[in-house]
Design a protein. Structure first.
Length: 395
C-alpha cells in the first residue's frame, strides 16, 4: 500500500525554479486533489455532489513577470513552455500547460489586472487518476496569481467561489475539457475533516459536512487503478451532451427539476433507452447525495453501504462510465469487508474509493492488489487519505 508522497513543500522545488529562471521564486503555493464521495456527473446538471480534498497536492513555485507571457515547466513532464496570454485561443495552447496559462487568461477576461508568471510545477496528484490533477494545477496557479498580483475580491469564501468559476472557464475554454465546477470548488473551499456539499442549482453557498472517519475507526482508501482517463477525449463531453439532449426533449431547465418519483412518468417520453439511462442516473444520484449527507451528519455510516453500492451500479449500468479495473477494485473491496465502495471521478478509468475499518485496511488493500494481478491488470496504487484543506500559500 503506497502512501509515499510529500506533505510539505518538495525540497527540490526551489532549486528547480532557480535552475530554470536564474532567480528566486516569490513563493510557493499548493492545491489539493480531490475524492468525490458521491454525486458523479451531477455538477453540470445543476445537481449536488460531495467531494473532499486529499493530502496529495500540486505545488507551484512562482514569480511575476512584467510581460504577458507564462514560462512554465513541470518536474513530472519534460520541457519548458513559453505561452503568451494574448491570442491564446487562436494559438498553441500548450497541452497540459493550458490548464495553468488558462487561469491567467480567464482572470484577465474577468477584468483582473494580471501579467505573466514564471512557474515550476511539482504535481503529486497522480495524472489520469480521476483525482483531479488538472484542477489542482489550476487552483494552485490561481491562488498564486491572486497573491502575486494583489487581486481584489477573490479571497474569503465568496471570493474563492468566484475564483473557482475562473478556473472552470480556463478548463472549458482553454484546455478544452467540458467539466463542471466540482473539482475547482473542492480545491478552493475544502476544509480538513469535512466533506463539501456543493449545490449547483443557482448561487447557493457550500455546506461543510463532518467527515472525520478516524474518530469512528474508519479510513478512506483510494484505489488508483492506473487505467488512465482524460476529460478532453470526448467521452465526458458525450455524456454531457446526452444530458442536454434529454433536458431539451423533456422541456426542462435542467435535470435537477426531477425527483426519483418523477422518473416513471418522464422516462417514457424520451426518444431512446440511452437517454433514459442517463437521466435515471443523474436523478437518483442527486438523491443519493442528499441521503449520504444525512447519514454523515447523524454518524449513520451503515447507510453508506447501500448508497455507494447503488451509486456504483448506476455509473456502471446507466451512465456507462465504469471499466473492468474500477469494477474489480470495487467488487473486491466489498467482498473483503469494506463498508462501502464505488468508483469516483469522471469515469472511463481513474480511481475507486472504499470506506474501510482501520483494522481491515491492509487486508482489503492486499486483496485488491491480488485481484488485479490475477486478472492481468496493471498494479494499482492503493493509499489511505484524510479530508484535507484547500489551496493555500505555503509558509
Amino acid at each position: 500500500m503506497s502512501n509515499a508522497h510529500p506533505t510539505t513543500i518538495p525540497a527540490e522545488l526551489g532549486d528547480a525554479f532557480r535552475d530554470a529562471f536564474g532567480r528566486e521564486p516569490s513563493g510557493v503555493w499548493s492545491a489539493p486533489g480531490r475524492v468525490n464521495l458521491i454525486g458523479e456527473h451531477t455538477d453540470y446538471n445543476r445537481g449536488l455532489c460531495l467531494p473532499v480534498a486529499i493530502p496529495r497536492r500540486t505545488w507551484v513555485a512562482a514569480a511575476r513577470r512584467e510581460d504577458r507571457r507564462m514560462r512554465i515547466l513541470s518536474r513530472q513532464v519534460p520541457g519548458e513552455r513559453t505561452i503568451a496570454l494574448d491570442g491564446l485561443l487562436e494559438g498553441n495552447r500548450g497541452g497540459w500547460a493550458a490548464y495553468a496559462v488558462g487561469v491567467l487568461w480567464a482572470l484577465d477576461q474577468a477584468g483582473h489586472e494580471v501579467r505573466g508568471l514564471d512557474v515550476v510545477v511539482d504535481g503529486r496528484v497522480p495524472l489520469g487518476s480521476g483525482l483531479s490533477s488538472s484542477a489542482a494545477l489550476e487552483c494552485a496557479v490561481a491562488v498564486a496569481a491572486v497573491d502575486l498580483f494583489a487581486l481584489e475580491g477573490l479571497d474569503g469564501d465568496d471570493g474563492r467561489r468566484r475564483l473557482a468559476e475562473v478556473c472552470v472557464r480556463a478548463e472549458n475554454d482553454v484546455a478544452g475539457a467540458p467539466t463542471g465546477g466540482m473539482d475547482q470548488s473542492a480545491a478552493l473551499l475544502a476544509r480538513a475533516d469535512e466533506a463539501l456539499l456543493l449545490d449547483f442549482d443557482g448561487d447557493r453557498p457550500p455546506v461543510h459536512v463532518p467527515f472525520d472517519l478516524a474518530a469512528h475507526d474508519l479510513a478512506l482508501l483510494v484505489m488508483n487503478t492506473r487505467a488512465e482517463h482524460s476529460l478532453d477525449d470526448g467521452q465526458y463531453g458525450n455524456r454531457r451532451g446526452e444530458c442536454l439532449a434529454a433536458v431539451a426533449e423533456l422541456g426542462l431547465g435542467s435535470l435537477r427539476e426531477l425527483r426519483p418519483p418523477d422518473l416513471e412518468r418522464v422516462l417514457p417520453r424520451l426518444s431512446s433507452e440511452v437517454l433514459r439511462r442517463r437521466v435515471r442516473h443523474v436523478v437518483t444520484e442527486v438523491d443519493r447525495v442528499t441521503r449520504t449527507v444525512a447519514a454523515l451528519e447523524s454518524d449513520g455510516f451503515a447507510a453508506l453501504t447501500a448508497l455507494f453500492d447503488a451509486s456504483h451500479a448506476s455509473m456502471r449500468d446507466d451512465f456507462e462510465i465504469s471499466c473492468a479495473e474500477l469494477d474489480t477494485a470495487v467488487d473486491t473491496a466489498r467482498a473483503r469487508g469494506a463498508l462501502a465502495a464505488r468508483m469516483t471521478g469522471g469515469g472511463f478509468g481513474g480511481s475507486a474509493i472504499a470506506i474501510v475499518r482501520t483494522d481491515l485496511l491492509d487486508e482489503v488493500s492486499e486483496a485488491v492488489a491480488t485481484a488485479f494481478s490475477d486478472c492481468g491488470l496493471r498494479e494499482p496504487e492503493l493509499f489511505p487519505v484524510t479530508a484535507d484543506g484547500s489551496a493555500r500559500q505555503e509558509r
